[in-house]
Structures are given as C-alpha cells and as structure tokens.
Design a protein around this ligand. Structure first.
Ligand SMILES: [Fe+2]
Length: 387
C-alpha cells in the first residue's frame, strides 16, 4: 500500500434525507439552523408546478418569514445571482432554501457567496476561491440529474462573454439536501431524458477521473447501473414513481461521486457549448459523450471495461478494441432510446465556432481531471467528430 499523501482522497457530502416525503422536513431543518427570514430561490417552471406553494405553506406553518426570488433562468446568469444577493441583504435573510433543478440551486449557491463576500460572482471562478463561510443552504431538487444538491460545484452563465464559469469549493456543498423522488414527477419526458443522461455522464466521468478513489468509485458504478437499467423505462412512463426513485438514487450517487472525484472533458466541453448556445446541459453532454469516450478509451482501458460491464455488456473474451466499440454503441443506443438524437450541427454549431468553443473548454477546471491529457487541438477534433 502506498503512503504517498498525494494519492489520498477526501469525501464531502451534505446531510441527506432521501425518499418520498423528504421535502416535508424543510421547516424542521430551517429551525435547527436558527432561521429567522428565509430566501426561497426557484424558477418560474417550479412555481407553476406547485412546489413553491407547498414549501411556502410548510415554512409559514413553522412560523418563518420568507422572501421569494423566483426569476432564475434555465442557465443561471451572473446578474440574477447579484439581484438575489441584493434581495437577501435588503431583507435581512439568514438562510437560503432552493427548490428546483440545477439552475435555482446553482443560483442559490452564488447568492450565498455574494451575500457574505460583497464582491461580484464572476470573481469567484475556479477552485477554492471562497474565503468566508456562506449562509446555510437547504436544497430540494426537483430534477434527477444535475446533483447541485450534493455537489461542490456552482455553474454560472456570463452573458457578456457567452460562457459558463465553474466555481468549485467545499463551501458550496449545501448543508442539507432533501431528495424527494415525488418532486420529479412534474418533469416531462424530454427533461427526464436530459437530466438522466447528465447523471450517467457524471458517473462515467467520475469513475475514469484522475481524482477518483474507492469512496467515489462505488457510488459511480451504482449510479451507472441505476441509470442504465431504469432511464429508458422511465422516459416511456414518466409517471412511474418507483422508476423515479431508482433514477433519482442513481443521480444522487453520481453526484456524490463527481462532487469528490470531479469530472472530465465531456463537462469541460459541454460547459463551453452550453454558454455558447444556451442549450439544456444534459443535451450538450449527450451530444459529446461517445466521442469523448472514443478519445479517452486508450488512457483508461481497464476502467472503461468495467463501465461497459456495468452497462450490461458481457466483455468476457473481448479485445479492448471490441469493448471500445460496444461501449460506444451502447451509449448511442441509450441516447436513441431516450430520444436524444441531435448532433452539434443540427443544434446550430458551425465548424467555424469550434476554435472558440475549444479555447473555452480547455480553460474549464473539469479538463484537469480528464483521464487523457488534452490540448486545444485534441478538443477541436472531438467537437468536429460530434458535429
Ligand atoms: Fe452535469
């Protein structure tokens, strides 16, 4: 066994309540943090689905004051974070509850950072840039994929630069995550597919990441299996609560894995793409996944063989080349079965956009843990293949 401390890995996670009804405990947790006034962060879709009314009622019954901030865009923007932080300060809030998908949760993380540092959110790009503890965060995710409710990532859109910035810090892991599969019943089949594929990508990238270790591998492999075995059936019947629970458990485990092992080139490239086109994050990942696997395969053949086996491929007697092909085919099949068949070109990307997209992707922190070292030209070639 190696004594090299460079190989040691830490594992950070929020306090988690998982299961149907978990969301109903929000007032109890708010009380345990000594909340007086709560900033409730969400987006118009989640409000329309009725989840905010329910949380508001629970907080009122608990005797808490609250302020609503529900103007968050599908890819949360720096200006929205700044507005939310202003509201938090003006109203004298001392706790943040976010209800929704990755966007309200990432926005809530940003609001927490700005509220305690009093600086612009874009100044916090990168790893470990947060100096002061942020206010308590309680998250209720309503999608199963982004895992912002368990991760140490916040992704914010910079509209001026048409790009997304990544903030990576233990400080943005929420204090409590109330993961309730019932809340995902309001997602349609398309959003279910996008977020489910995002979870699968989290799990695969975390498993082959240079930051992976035993504590993350077990969650990553469970997540790959749970998504692989249940997502297609769920997209066919989005009302099946048992399937919702399985995919959400997979998403949570993928989140625990990638929050600690970090990600890879799919996410570096899809952050760049999502900032450029404002497309759903899971869809961006889906367009890139098999191409990045193709690029990475040789650098991590044994691990990709385990991924293939976990996705139901019997690899006994197969050469690495054959496993490579079968794994890519399986990914393409899965995407097809959940209805994600668009490529980059049909989504509006031109060959001439690729140098700009690549320049941004190689500056993303996720590229650092990709199993194969990649320069700008490598990334360009992968984008070209995905056109
Ligand atoms: Fe993701």
């Amino acid at each position: 066994m190696s004594n090299d401390i460079a190989n040691l890995r830490k594992f950070v996670a929020p306090e988690i309540v998982f299961g149907v009804g978990a969301r109903k405990t929000v007032a109890n947790f708010a009380r345990s943090f000594g909340a007086r006034k709560i900033l409730l962060v969400s987006d118009p879709g989640v409000v329309a689905a009725g989840w905010i009314d329910e949380v508001v009622q629970d907080l009122r019954m608990g005797g808490f004051e609250y302020e609503l901030f529900t103007a968050v865009s599908p890819n949360p923007r720096a200006e929205e974070v700044m507005k939310g932080a202003e509201l938090y300060r003006q109203q004298g809030c001392n706790l943040i509850v976010a209800v929704g998908g990755g966007s309200p949760m990432d926005c809530a993380k940003g609001i927490g950072i700005v509220a305690t540092h009093n600086r612009h959110i874009l100044e916090f790009e990168g790893v470990d840039t947060i100096e002061v503890a942020i206010p308590p965060l309680i998250f209720i995710p309503t999608t199963a994929g982004t895992s912002a409710d368990v991760s140490q990532f916040a992704i914010i859109s910079d509209q001026q630069e048409k790009m997304k910035i990544s903030i990576v810090s233990k400080a943005v892991v929420p204090d409590v995550s109330l993961i309730d599969p019932e809340t995902t019943l309001t997602m349609d089949a398309f959003l279910t597919a996008c977020t489910g594929i995002d979870a699968l990508v989290h799990a695969i990238e975390a498993f082959v990441s240079t930051g992976s270790g035993p504590l993350t591998d077990m969650h990553a492999l469970d997540a790959i299996k749970l998504v692989n075995d249940n997502l297609v059936a769920l997209v066919k019947d989005p009302t099946d609560l048992k399937l919702r629970e399985q995919v959400m458990l997979g998403s949570m485990k993928a989140g625990l894995a990638f929050s600690n092992a970090i990600l890879g080139a799919v996410h570096a490239m899809s952050h760049s793409l999502g900032g450029f086109l404002d497309l759903p994050h899971g869809m961006c990942n889906a367009m890139l996944l098999e191409h990045v696997i193709g690029f990475n395969f040789k650098s991590s053949e044994d691990k990709f063989r385990v991924v293939a086996e976990t996705m139901g491929i019997d690899t006994r007697g197969m050469s690495n080349q054959m496993v490579h092909k079968r794994l890519q085919d399986r990914v393409i099949q899965l995407k097809h079965d959940v209805g994600l068949v668009e490529g980059l070109a049909s989504s509006g990307v031109n060959l001439s956009d690729i140098p700009t997209l690549s320049a941004k992707a190689i500056r993303d922190p996720c590229i650092l843990t990709n199993p194969r070292k990649s320069n700008k030209r490598d990334v360009e070639v992968v984008y070209e293949e995905a056109l």
